[in-house]
Ligand binder design. Structure first.
Ligand code: NAD
Length: 479
């Protein structure tokens, strides 16, 4: 039986809802009990070509719309979504399993980010240079790069579709976006908000279905001038190769393996109180989730004891239960990954301080897990766990901790806890990461650039960098 709170799914192409008509379907599941939420129609090759043509036409229309009008459309879409916050939050909890409080937070961040993009549309400034010839003009301007193909993942599906769409539209681009096949609903609601706000047909198209067919078809087209991708590293590599064929620039956020250095001068109570909820937020499926805790000798035992105690107090359950602090994993793949990573770590000598097992019953539940004594060559210390598992290791000298933090080819989020200003400066300078939080895990503000270094990807979302990603620079010299 299909859930009554869910929405009917469709392709949104050129202002039309397309479904049925011989398209193949797959199911969207509720991770809390494995039930079917809805049936998702897959885009056919004809759908994808129609979406490309529509996005091309949409660009011609939208690029001519003045920035203040673009901003007004985005603001109207945000207002429409704000009136439907309850529905958006419900859809997020249904599809991802996250507790309603976390869904509420995600929708808040999504609306903030979209609002900020609308405001920033008005501040895409060029500059004037001194001409070399009297009465000449030398002008630098920024223009929208063109039609964009965007791909969003399942873990934070409203925020990661909302901010991609709003930033591209703010810059004057059109977009065809593919949300994850596991979480398509909030993206469709966001597209509906834009239609209600008066966005011309074709400026935003949403396609659903087979990710490989969609990305190959869209990226092979010369209509697409920019790609934005958030998701797994192996897919990022594949899309980067496809984009290279047409020299199409791509912004990529591929996840990380965030180290947390806890120094012996840190306020341990605060460090634990902020670390545990951030570790188990979204059942650990966050690209900036803390994953490798390195704790200095003198405070190691205290940190582990308090961390484990606080982890054991996390109430697992259905996201709609107000008592729930952690929901299920979003899909069965994550359960298999937890099983594999934890078995591998234990085989190599790791100690399970708490959790370490699937929770019996319906749904994809995994007990919040803390591991100590994990050797650095265990798989969990080298590939992103993307689940509710914390590893806690001991260090003596800060240099050693910095080296271990920087050991991996990833660099998205990184954190440190210390009360020493000198250590805070040293750590923020030396950690190789796109974002560093000292005594905080918060990178949610839309004005702060969000992106990684090394194999965590390139380019940023949010911040003026996030808007610039959708712009090209033109220099005009008149004599
Ligand atoms: P997976 O390998 O099963 O990939 C599935 C995801 O990638 C889906 O969202 C799918 O739509 C997309 N995808 C797959 N092939 C694609 C293609 N050819 N073109 C476009 N999109 C394609 O991985 P998973 O189980 O969903 O996640 C596993 C890992 O992915 C995690 O461990 C994590 O490292 C990473 N991840 C990162 C983020 C992030 O925010 N950076 C989000 C989700 C997942």
């Amino acid at each position: 039986m299909i859930s009554p709170s869910y929405i009917a799914l469709y392709q949104w192409i050129d202002g039309h809802k397309l479904a049925g008509d011989g398209r193949t379907y797959s199911t969207v599941l509720n991770p809390a009990d494995g039930s079917v939420l809805g049936n998702m129609p897959h885009a056919t090759e004809d759908d994808l070509h129609a979406a490309l043509m529509s996005t091309e036409r949409g660009f011609k229309v939208w690029r001519a719309v003045p920035a203040w009008e673009r901003a007004a459309v985005i603001e109207r879409a945000v207002a429409w979504l704000r009136e439907r916050r309850d529905q958006l939050e419900t859809l997020l909890t249904l599809e991802v399993g996250k507790p309603l409080a976390e869904a509420r937070m995600e929708i808040g961040l999504t609306l903030d980010s979209m609002t900020w993009c609308a405001e920033e549309a008005k501040r895409i400034y060029g500059r004037t240079l001194e001409p070399r010839i009297p009465h000449g003009r030398a002008v630098v301007s920024h223009e929208p790069i063109g039609p964009v193909a965007a791909f969003a993942p399942w873990n934070v599906p409203a925020l990661l579709t909302g901010r991609k769409i709003a930033a591209a539209l703010a810059a004057g681009c059109s977009m065809v976006i593919k949300p994850s096949e596991e979480t398509p609903a909030t993206c469709l609601l966001i597209a509906e908000a834009f239609a209600e706000a008066g966005l011309p047909a074709g400026v935003l198209n949403v396609v659903l279905g087979d990710p490989d067919l969609i990305s190959r078809t869209l990226l092979a087209s010369k209509i697409i001038r920019k790609v934005s991708f958030t998701g797994p590293e192996h897919v990022g590599r594949q899309l980067a190769k496809l984009a290279a064929e047409n020299i199409t620039p791509i912004t990529m956020e591929l996840g990380g393996h965030a180290p947390v250095i806890v120094c012996d001068d840190a306020d341990i109570e605060t460090a634990v109180a902020t670390s545990v909820p951030n570790k188990f937020f979204n059942a650990g499926a966050s690209c900036i989730a803390p994953t490798r805790f390195y704790v200095q000798d003198r405070v190691f035992d205290q940190f582990v004891a308090e961390f484990v105690k606080s982890t054991q107090a996390i109430k697992l359950g259905d996201g709609f239960d107000p008592e729930t602090r952690m929901g299920p994993l979003a899909n069965a793949r994550r359960l298999a990954a937890m099983e594999h990573l934890i078995t591998d770590a234990v085989t190599r000598g790791a100690k399970i301080e708490t959790g370490g097992h699937r929770v019996a019953g319906k749904g994809f539940f995994w007990a919040p897990t803390v591991l100590t004594n994990v050797p650095e060559d265990a798989e969990i210390m080298n590939s992103e766990p993307f689940g509710p598992v914390a590893t806690i290791s001991r260090f003596s000298e800060l240099e050693e901790a910095i080296e271990r933090a920087n050991r991996l080819p990833f660099g998205l989020g990184a954190y440190a806890f210390t009360r020493s200003l000198a250590r805070a400066h040293l750590l923020s300078d030396r950690i190789e990461s796109g974002m560093v939080g000292i005594n905080t895990y918060y990178f949610g503000m839309p004005e702060g650039p969000f992106g990684g270094v090394k194999q965590s990807g390139y380019g940023s979302e949010n911040g003026i960098e996030g808007i610039s990603a959708y712009l090209v620079t033109k220099f005009v010299h008149m004599v």
